[in-house]
Design a protein around this ligand. Structure first.
Ligand code: XMP
Length: 653
């Protein structure tokens, strides 16, 4: 990805500078994956942010910054190559908040000590804080936070005092917060930016409003006006091409273009890959026409996708309807999108040397892609999917616009509403580019390793100890452990649904993959059906119009059910997976599939937890839904995925 992606066009925030002084904070990134979460929280408090590498020169921070936040980071401050900051940032005369690594760095810079710890663990913990400290003003002394029990501050530097303490898992007292009131420097060992720190938002608000004296003037309606002006300035009277996928991000991009430009300048294409959710293509096309999009081409391309092949390392792979490897499926689908878009542009007679391409890239996408401008220390997590060769070529010519680049997901939703998009479209859950194509779990043979019997026995023993039945299911799904991908067994468990204890379910879901590394995902049976002692066959399944339609019907039942129950919008991402599992194959009837409900709660999709059965999802509702799913033609079990990310991923493939 281009390293100067963010630098190509002024963010809307920068343009506003001329109109009135901008309230902004410099966020110095010490390498934490949480940097974008801090960014989001500060922006939710209506304060602009700019992210810099931790070693940015103090002279590069202009006078408009009202404060600095030093993020957390994975290193130890005393390691040889640990990220360091320019000590002159502490002479700018503005307040500084150091979070975790940032606090240790600040303390060490001023001559205090940092105590090493052999292990680094994260956990929710209680801290006691001094409410005289401005960070904790208006709060109780006892606070519940997410703490990193790794290195910690030993001796506070001269001029600093301890204003928060906690007890570590090893029963040592840990310095949880420090301050230097004279310089207005504050440090916290815990992470106020994450939701698990119950009053973390208030602490950040105190830093911004009380310590830095900001007022929260960076509000969305002003930023929207800036974005529209920015689109007009950039595009002038040229044309813009936009691909609308069905998700909220690209729909908002298209809506912004329609609002900012003349209708005849905007050319949109929607590709129905045959792997969209029920009615999705109709919904998005109607909604965009309703807000004034004039040139909208819809390409129905199911059979093109399903019959497509691609070239990977000199080998032809595919066709899509014959393969099972998830990454190969992704590659083919991505390549077909690319070719169809290129064709559509050519056919529309647009001159690619003059036509802008707009895409719905969000601010966290830019941070997550390891872009040096945005996040110098964060390791590249995934190559951004918005960076195919066509986009790279246009980028070189300065012809890419990303109007959502300054916003997080919740802000894009608000903008969508302000622009008049229907609520159903605005509140759609994220949907991956390859769509239902990676939610039909494809397999032609069971996944059976030599140690199946052994692993199955170990699983059953572990589950029984906690009062659950279990069986090892011979399919693989994707997970993440550390920084690497795993592709391992699924465990199905069964408990007493009448008296389900969610904490016990969660405990067993954590214990199984922790103890048995051949398993990375656990799902709970939602029907009163029995689990076999072993399961060594599957229902051979490939991507076809039939398997996709079967999943589409099940997915719609689940989505409509959650909507009718009024709980859809509290779940971050909800979907159904078609599992090639028939627990009781019989010759006289066709082989069946099973349905898995995946409902996760997350703010950033890098980690996620399953929504809690019994509280976030009422038990009676989910059991009725399970019966409805199992009552569909040739559907066997209905399961609920009870695995967090990690060790599983949100998607199964
Ligand atoms: P995972 O499965 O990696 O998903 O935990 C995290 C988020 O990313 C989405 N996702 C994708 N989005 N193309 C996309 O555009 C993909 O290939 C893809 N795979 C996962 C997923 O839906 C979730 O929101």
């Amino acid at each position: 990805m281009s390293q100067d992606l963010l630098a190509e066009q002024p963010a809307s925030s920068e343009k506003r500078q001329s109109a009135q002084p901008l309230e902004k904070i410099a966020l110095l990134d010490c390498g934490a994956q949480y940097t974008k979460v801090i960014d989001r929280r500060v922006r939710e408090l209506n304060v602009a942010t700019e992210i810099f590498p931790v070693d940015v020169k103090a002279t590069d921070l202009d006078a408009d910054f009202a404060g600095i936040i030093l993020s957390g980071g994975p290193n130890s401050v005393y390691e040889a190559n640990a990220p360091q900051c320019d000590p002159a940032i502490f002479d700018l005369g503005i307040p500084v908040l150091g979070i975790c690594y940032g606090m240790q760095l600040m303390n060490r810079t001023f001559g205090g000590t940092v105590l090493p710890s052999p292990t680094k663990e994260y956990g929710e913990t209680e801290v006691t804080v001094s409410t005289d400290c401005v960070l904790f003003a208006g709060l109780d002394p006892a606070q519940h936070v997410l703490m990193s029990h790794g290195d910690s501050v030993g001796q506070p530097a001269e001029g600093f005092e301890v204003v928060g303490r906690s007890i570590s898992t090893h029963q040592h007292e840990v310095v949880a917060a420090i301050q230097n009131t004279q310089k207005r420097f504050y440090g916290v060992q815990f992470h106020p930016e994450v939701e698990l720190s119950v009053n973390g938002g208030k602490m950040l608000e105190n830093f911004l409003y009380k310590a830095c004296g900001l007022t929260g003037a960076f509000d969305l309606s002003h930023r929207l006006e800036d974005t529209l002006a920015n689109i007009q300035d950039t595009v002038g009277d040229q044309n813009v091409f936009v691909l609308v996928s069905g998700g909220v991000d690209s729909s908002v991009t298209a809506a912004l273009l329609v609002k900012a430009l003349k209708p005849e300048q905007v050319f949109a294409v929607h590709i129905d890959s045959g792997m969209m959710r029920a009615n999705e293509s109709d919904l998005v096309c109607e909604a965009l026409k309703a807000i004034g999009l004039r040139h909208l081409e819809r390409i129905d391309a199911e059979s093109i996708f399903l019959n497509a092949t691609t070239d990977i390392d000199g080998q032809t792979v595919g066709p899509l309807n014959q393969i099972t490897d998830p990454e190969a499926k992704r590659r083919i689908i991505g390549d077909v999108f690319y070719h169809l878009i290129s064709d559509a542009i050519r056919k529309s007679g647009l001159d690619l040397d003059k036509t802008f391409i707009a895409q719905g890239t969000l601010r966290p996408d830019l941070i997550e892609s390891g872009n040096r401008e945005v996040s110098s220390q964060a390791h590249t997590i995934k190559t951004h999917h918005n960076d195919v060769p066509l986009i790279q070529e246009q980028r070189k010519k300065g012809l890419i616009i990303e109007p959502n680049r300054d916003w997080h997901k919740d802000e894009v939703r608000k903008v969508g509403r302000m622009l008049g998009l229907p609520e159903e479209l605005v509140m759609r859950h994220p949907f991956p580019g390859p769509g239902l194509g990676i939610r039909v779990l494809c397999a032609q043979t069971p996944y059976l390793t030599e140690d199946y019997a052994c692993v199955n026995a170990e699983l059953q023993e572990l589950a029984e100890a906690d009062g659950f039945e279990a069986v090892l299911v011979p399919v693989q799904s994707v997970g993440v452990q550390g920084d690497s991908r795993s592709y391992r067994y699924l465990a199905a468990i069964k408990g007493n649904l009448q008296q389900l204890n969610w904490s016990q379910v969660r405990a067993v879901a954590q214990k199984i993959p922790n103890r048995i590394h051949a398993i990375n995902r656990v799902a709970l049976l939602l029907n009163e059906k029995s689990l076999p002692k072993q399961l060594k066959a599957i229902t051979p399944t490939l991507l076809s119009p039939v398997s996709l339609e079967k999943l589409r019907v099940l997915d719609q039942l689940v989505t409509d059910g959650f909507r009718a129950e009024g709980i859809h919008d509290q779940i971050s991402q909800l979907f159904t997976v078609l599992l090639p599992v028939d627990s009781d194959p019989q010759v006289e009837r066709p082989l069946r599939h099973s349905a898995v409900i995946r409902a996760v709660v997350t703010s950033d999709y890098m980690t996620a937890r399953p929504a809690a059965l019994g509280s976030e999802i009422p038990m009676e509702f989910i059991r009725n839904l399970a019966e409805e799913l199992s009552g569909q033609p040739n559907v066997d079990w209905a399961l609920y995925d009870i695995t967090s990310k990690p060790p599983a991923t949100v998607e199964w493939e």
